[in-house]
Each structure stands twice: as C-alpha cells, then as structure tokens.
Design a protein around this ligand. Structure first.
Ligand code: ADP
Length: 495
C-alpha cells in the first residue's frame, strides 16, 4: 500500500511542530528555525539564519555546547533549573531545552527544542496549590471524600473516610464492611435515598444523615452525606460526594431541644401562675365586699319580723354590684391576656379620676382626704376607660393601705391631672402621705408577686404597668420625694 505521507517534506513537518525548534550546525550557527521558534523569539527567518547560537541561548548552555558536540547523544534540559533564551527585543523567556543530534552527509547538527518551562511549572504549581487547598479545606471542614462506581458497587475513599469507618492505614474496606458499619435503624432510609439518586428520572442528588458505629471502639457517630450521581446515556455512572461528621452538632441540637422543652414548661407554669394570681387579684376585693354584704344580709334576716327590709335590700344590692364588678373585671383581664384588640374610647381623664375615687371609697378605702388638682379644659384622652380606671383605683388602694398600715394621722392623697411636659400626653399623679418606699422595696415593686403586705398578692403594680403600656403610656414611681409615695402615669391624648 502506498505511503500517503511519502511526499511530506522535512520543512513542512518542522514548521507544523508546535514547539519552537532550531537546527544549529557544528560551528554554532542557526541553519534552520521553525515557525514556532520565529514567533517565540520574535525573529524573521532572514534575521535568525546565520545567527550565532550564543545570541540566543543561555550562559549555562554555552559551557556545555562543546561537550555536546564531542558527545552528541548528551541531553541538556532545564528540569526545574532556570534556563532562559533571549528574544530579538531582549525579552528573557524561561524554557526547558531539549537537544538531539542529527548527522547527515558527514555533518552533525543539533536540533534544539524549547519547551515553555514557566507554563509547565505554573500549571504544576497551580495543580499543587489547588490540591493543597483541597487538603486544607478537607482538614478544616473535617470531611471525607468518596467516589462510587454504581455498576460494580466499588468505591474509592480518602483517609478521613477510612478513619471514620475504623479502617487501618493501607488496608482497604469493602463495600460490605462499609454498609455493615451503618446503624441498622438508618440502613433502610439510606437505601431509599440511594435508590432515588440512582434513578435517571431524578436529579441524581444524594443527601442523607445516618449513624455509623466504629467497629474498633464501638463509638457511634452521626454523619451527613452529600453526593451527586453522574449519568451517561441515562445510566448511573459515578456517585461522588463528601461525608461530614456532624455528631457534635447533633448533640448540641439535642441539648438545645431538651432545654427548649424545659424552658417552655417553666414558661407555661409561670404564665399559669401569673394568670391565676391576676384573677385572684381581680376577685379578692369584690369577694371580700360580697362576704361583708352577705353578713349584713344574714344579720338583717335574723332580726325579728323582718324589721329592717331596707337594710336587707341594700346589702343584697351591694352583693349584686360587687358580683357584676368581679365579672366585668375578669372579662377585661381575660381580654387583656388574650391580647385581643384594645377597645379604646375618648374620655376625660378628670372624670375618670373622680369615678375611681368613688369606687375606692365604695370598696371600703374611704379613710383618706382626697386633694384633687385637675387641669380644666383638658383635651380628651384615647384609651380603654375601664383599664385606666382600674389603675387609678389600684394606686388609691395601695396608698390607703400604706397609710393605714403605718397608722399615719395625716392621711391625704393628692391626685393631679395635667399635660406632661416632654411627651405631650395626659399625665396623672397619685401622691400619698404614707411612709413611702425603702430603696430596696422601690427596686422591686413592679415585679410580679412582690409584696410586703401580709395578705398581698403582689400583682397590682405589675398589672397596672402592663395596662398603661398597653394603652400607649408609661407608669413609674418617683423615688426622690421626701414623704409618702408618688406614682405617675401618662396616657395619649385623642388628637
Ligand atoms: P400588693 O398590693 O398585693 O402588695 P402591688 O403590686 O400593688 O401588690 O404592690 C407591691 C408592693 O409595693 C406592696 O406590697 C408595697 O410594698 C409597695 N407599695 C405599693 N404602693 C405603695 C405605696 N403607695 N406606699 C408604700 N408602698 C407601696
């Protein structure tokens, strides 16, 4: 058969080569240079021919040229050492140099081939750097890598995987051993996920968490595995992925879960206790009043011939009023606790103060001298009237109780209503002439359940503050008054 390349000349092949090449004669002059060499060294063919090789190649090579001609089979390469050739513009190019001798018609020529050393080295360095980066990333993230051939169920893995599975160095583990280490309870779920990832109709993703038991020390660990199946012609070809030890995370999650559950229980208990206390606080007063009215009624009934029907009627009416108040209070409290919509109305805070004074007196808190300092023509406020009233009654009750307990003779309570300087809100102040509060007590009065009274519940001020805040105002205690206690609250104006 005829050789199709028979007519191919040396020159054509020489020029087709991608590596730069020159042919140098035994006196050291360039007799031929291929296109790649001309381009690399930026010479025209005319300029390079007849050029001394000295002009092109490095000093180190020069020393070896004579030795090479004496023994032409010698090879001289950079092999990592820095060799340079100079271009026509004086640019130095790092290369590796390959030498081979050609003998023809009694003359020896050297074929010099240049390999772009830097490119090779850079590529090698880049590869090494990328491998190092991967190694460091693996080390930092503590993950292992696997590569499974799904057809043979054979798999490759790195040292980290081997360590997790309790394998010894240089001793491989089989796929069977690999599966055997997986926790029996997790095997089925893993198989389902594996089947899903093998399915060409799916996205090939493999994402699962399971436990494994190290066969050497019996220690159980949680692993998170993420992989991706590669398909070829609709067939699963290769599953690659990473395995991460997430045991610490799992332990932490579990601890947090337990703590959350405990906190929830404590929180619920507190809510229940506070709600019960708030209800007790609301019912305490009307129940005491009902009990007193009932005694009066019983007494009236025991009088011969129903001698005092008016007294009986008033006592029973008192019972009814108090029972209705208790019901209304409870209703308000529950609405407040359920955080339903706050029903607000425009009202005059001066009138609200007067109503509160009447209620306090009706409740038996009548042993005081009220001093009213009201702001005339005050604009209407916008709030829940019953709640503001309740706060005022509560402050008045506390004031009376404090004065009563201390046995003070001068039992005045001043109630002032004005416009607050800084906030442009309605501002109410209740100031008594009792013993006031010690600094220690003052710090704690708004805490739920804090009380210094023998039969106190300690919810009055906590509820009062919550009610005022729900209505858009603030409630606070003034600690620097000389005598007595002073409480303030603000409520927004309707405008
Ligand atoms: P309770 O009245 O059930 O004790 P409060 O929350 O209304 O609950 O009050 C908490 C505590 O604040 C009282 O026990 C008392 O020590 C103190 N306190 C409240 N108001 C006054 C006041 N006007 N004078 C002195 N102490 C007061």
């Amino acid at each position: 058969m005829a050789n199709p390349l028979k007519d191919l000349s040396f020159g054509t092949l020489f020029d087709a080569a991608l590596d730069a090449m020159w042919l140098v004669n035994d006196t050291g002059y360039v007799v031929e240079a291929n296109t790649a060499a001309l381009q690399l060294l930026e010479y025209s063919e005319e300029a390079v021919l007849g050029l001394s090789v000295e002009a092109l190649i490095p000093d180190q090579f020069r020393e070896n040229r004579d030795a090479f001609f004496k023994s032409p089979e010698m090879r001289y390469k950079g092999n990592g050492t820095d060799l340079f050739v100079s271009s026509s513009s004086g640019k130095k190019l790092a290369v590796d140099i390959g030498l081979s001798s050609i003998e023809t018609q009694g003359h020896v020529y050297i074929l010099i081939t240049l390999y772009p050393a830097q490119k090779h080295r850079e590529a090698e360095q880049a590869l090494r750097a990328s491998e190092e980066r991967l190694r460091l990333a693996k080390q930092a993230a503590k993950f292992g890598i696997f590569d499974l051939d799904p057809n043979k169920m054979m798999f490759d893995y790195d040292e980290k995987m081997l360590e997790l599975w309790g394998g010894k160095a240089n001793k491989s583990i089989s796929y069977k051993q690999f599966v055997a280490a997986i926790h029996p309870e997790d095997r089925a779920a893993r198989q389902v996920e594996l089947d899903r990832c093998f399915d060409a109709a799916g996205n090939g993703e493999y994402n699962i968490e399971y436990r494994i038991t190290n066969p050497n020390d019996g220690i159980e660990r949680w692993l998170s595995v993420i992989g991706k199946m590669l398909f070829e012609d609709g067939l699963p070809k290769r599953l690659m992925g990473i395995v991460r030890d997430v045991t610490e995370q799992k332990v932490l999650e579990k601890t947090l879960q337990t703590e959350r559950a405990e906190t929830q229980t404590v929180f619920k208990q507190q809510v229940a206790a506070r709600t019960a206390s708030a209800i007790a606080h609301e019912l305490n007063q009307p129940l005491a009043a009902i009990s007193a009215y009932s005694e009066v009624a019983l007494h009236a009934l025991s009088e011969p011939n129903n001698a005092n029907p008016e007294k009986l009627k008033r006592a029973l009416e008192g019972c009814v009023t108090q029972a209705q108040r208790a019901g209304a209070s409870l209703h308000e409290l529950l609405a407040f606790l359920h955080e339903g919509d706050l029903i607000t109305e425009r009202f005059d805070l001066n009138i609200c103060v007067k109503e509160a004074l009447t209620i306090a007196k009706c409740d038996g808190y009548n042993n005081f001298q009220p001093i009213l300092l009201l702001q005339r023509k005050m604009p209407a406020v916008l709030a829940n009237r019953i709640q503001v009233q309740k706060v005022l009654v509560n402050l008045l009750r506390n004031a009376v109780e404090a004065m009563r307990l201390a046995g003070v003779a001068d039992n005045e309570i001043a109630v002032q209503v004005r416009t607050h300087k800084n906030t442009s809100m309605a501002h109410a102040t209740v100031k008594d002439s009792g013993p006031g509060l010690t600094p220690e007590t003052a710090k704690r009065i708004f805490e739920p359940f804090f009380t210094t009274k023998p039969t106190g519940i300690g919810m009055g001020l906590a509820i009062s503050r919550a009610l005022i805040e729900a209505n858009g105002g603030q409630l606070w205690f003034e600690s620097n008054t000389k005598a007595g206690a002073t409480f303030h609250f603000t409520i927004p104006f309707a405008s």
